[in-house]
Design a protein around this ligand. Structure first.
Ligand code: TEU
Length: 544
């Protein structure tokens, strides 16, 4: 595929720690990915995005990088990565690396230098500030809980960490920092990768350090110089290469995302936003237990579809990633095998027929579920463990907390891929670093390949449809029946062709709107759609 091929591409996200273990230490590795490339080619995806594999103390599973030029020994070494790239390319698969440059690990040598002395040339690589009236410089909250500033005794100053205390925010206003970061990106371009996912890249430009009435977001989200920096990064690194980039945008807006991705501005190829996944929060609070607000989900998805199209930007579209629960358990129904299968297929069809570059998170293609952990000992994620402590302090009882974590924890998606019904789901010969859901005897890749009616085959077909029909990539989107409380209905239009997408988000069969014309050629279907009704969790795409 040629330039801009990422528009027609499907990306598969790999969380290496939970992908495939070849050493028996209970954690996945790069050789494990190489072993499974034939499978990924069979799924039919174009790009593989690897979450961070660099040297790291792994407090945040690699999003805390201590050396950008080295591969974490736990995953292998740079020869393994070279081999992965070569082997992937032989199969027409491209490799995207995850670049985490909003912050470094506090184990990074820049930080060690900066922390020890005020005179260090590295001091200004981070944000060190004096206390104000014996309190932290601002009242901003860390996204992982607590104040976002950590006191450094030696120099009697605080440093900023928007995430974990071991993830110190880098000062992009310092041109030397930007030079170092562009060198890193260029090193990996030279190395042979095909694209990048940029972690929380819209937080890199901090505005004023002032107290906030909320948690501080307004001072650093889509900050004052962010577009200038992204344009500069584009020009100094990947901009003239045939590369795909995607920026992870926290709490962003459509207008900013148009700016990030409109090709004329030379910033990024595409963006992730998370608004459509906050539809089971209560008043914006993640650590709550709420049902899906379906009308809100449609409204947000469609607002972004139309807004980004209008502004000539580009969306990355997704239900799942390593920070989100599994979508069949979340917006579908995993309570029986039949419901899991039908809802998994329906959710796939709804998402893959939208405009944007779709992402499949490992295991999503076989309809993996949340693990439904029952004790706090089963959790590993730093954010979840902090949330547990803070909910305890607020007086929640153990079972309430476990219910909330069961619905929202990032560990829900971090359990290993279920490859087969063998011991440990075929993931490791050792003890897995996190428990594997018991349902692996039925839900696994081997079974999914063999069963022609599995969710996996729907994903494979959807990928093929995207590759073969330009309407899926380029067609405009027309939302329909937005007030319907069960049905998600929209049309795509391209060069005189129309495709109608109808999906039932409820588990019962539903009457179709009387005036909806469903005549035409069926492109893909799951469940029955006839005599004016559509099966529970049914979905159909019709060319008209
Ligand atoms: O996540 C950014 C982010 O803000 C979230 O998705 C976060 O996990 C969620 O808001 C918590 O409620 C990225 C990475 O995807 C995540 O794994 C890292 O922990 C985080 O950045 C820090 O690097």
């Amino acid at each position: 595929m040629a330039q801009n091929d990422w528009k027609k591409s499907v990306v598969y996200q790999i969380y290496p720690k939970s992908f495939n273990d070849t050493t028996g230490n209970g954690e996945g590795d790069i050789q494990g990915i190489i072993q499974k490339l034939d499978y990924l080619q069979y799924v039919g995806v174009d790009y593989l995005w690897l979450t961070p594999v660099y040297e790291s103390p792994m407090n945040d599973n690699g999003y805390d990088i201590s050396n950008y030029y080295k591969i974490n020994a736990q995953f292998g070494n740079s020869d393994d990565l070279k081999e992965l790239i070569e082997q992937a390319h032989q199969r027409d698969l491209k490799i995207m690396l995850d670049i985490v440059i909003n912050h470094t690990s506090t184990d990074h040598e820049w930080f060690s230098e900066a922390y020890s002395s005020e005179d260090s040339p590295y001091r200004d690589y981070y944000f060190f500030r004096r206390s104000v009236n014996n309190a932290p410089p601002t009242n901003w909250e860390s996204k992982f809980g607590g104040n976002a500033w950590k006191y450094d005794d030696k120099t009697e100053a605080y440093y900023l960490h928007l995430f974990d205390v071991t993830q110190a925010d880098l000062n992009w206003d310092n041109p030397q920092v930007r030079n170092e970061l562009y060198d890193i990106i260029n090193y990996w371009i030279e190395f042979g990768v095909d694209g990048f996912r940029f972690d929380v890249i819209n937080l890199i430009s901090k505005g004023e350090f002032k107290d906030s009435e909320k948690i501080g977001k307004e001072f650093y989200t889509d900050g004052p110089r962010v577009h200038e920096y992204l344009h500069e990064m584009n020009r100094r690194t990947f901009g003239d290469k045939d590369m795909m980039t995607v920026g992870e945008m926290s709490s962003t807006t459509i207008n900013h995302c148009i700016k990030y991705t409109n090709p004329e501005r030379q910033e990024l190829s595409s963006v992730f936003n998370f608004h459509h996944l906050k539809v089971d929060y209560i008043d914006g609070e993640k650590w709550s237990n709420a049902k899906l607000d379906f009308l809100k989900l449609k409204e947000i998805l469609m607002e972004w579809q139309l807004g980004i199209y209008e502004g000539n930007g580009w969306n990355a579209i997704f239900w799942c990633n390593h920070d989100q629960p599994r979508v069949v358990s979340r917006f579908g129904d995993d309570s029986t095998e039949a419901l899991r299968t039908s809802s998994g297929k329906m959710l796939a069809i709804v998402l893959h027929m939208l405009q944007g570059t779709p992402y499949i998170y490992q295991g999503e293609e076989i309809g993996m579920t949340d693990p439904h952990f029952t004790t706090i000992d089963q959790y590993r994620d730093v954010e979840s463990l902090n949330a547990y402590k803070s909910m305890k302090l607020k007086g929640y009882n153990e079972s309430e907390i476990l219910e909330i974590l069961g619905q929202k924890s990032r560990d829900n998606s971090r359990t290993p891929i279920q490859w087969s019904n063998e011991r440990n789901a075929g993931f490791t010969s050792g003890a897995p670093w996190i428990d594997i859901p018991e349902n692996y005897d039925k839900i696994n890749v081997e079974t999914a390949i063999a069963d022609k009616n599995s969710i996996l085959h729907v994903y494979r077909k959807l990928i093929k449809l995207r590759h073969e029909h330009d309407i899926v990539t380029y067609g405009s989107v027309e939302p329909l029946y937005m007030n319907d409380e069960n049905l998600f209905i929209y049309k795509r239009h391209y060069n005189g062709t129309t495709w109608l997408v109808v999906a039932n988000f409820s588990k019962s069969s539903i009457q179709l709107p009387k005036d909806l014309n469903i005549e035409g050629e069926t492109i893909i279907q799951s469940g029955q759609c006839e005599n004016g009704t559509i099966d529970g969790f049914g979905a159909i795409v019709i060319a008209q």
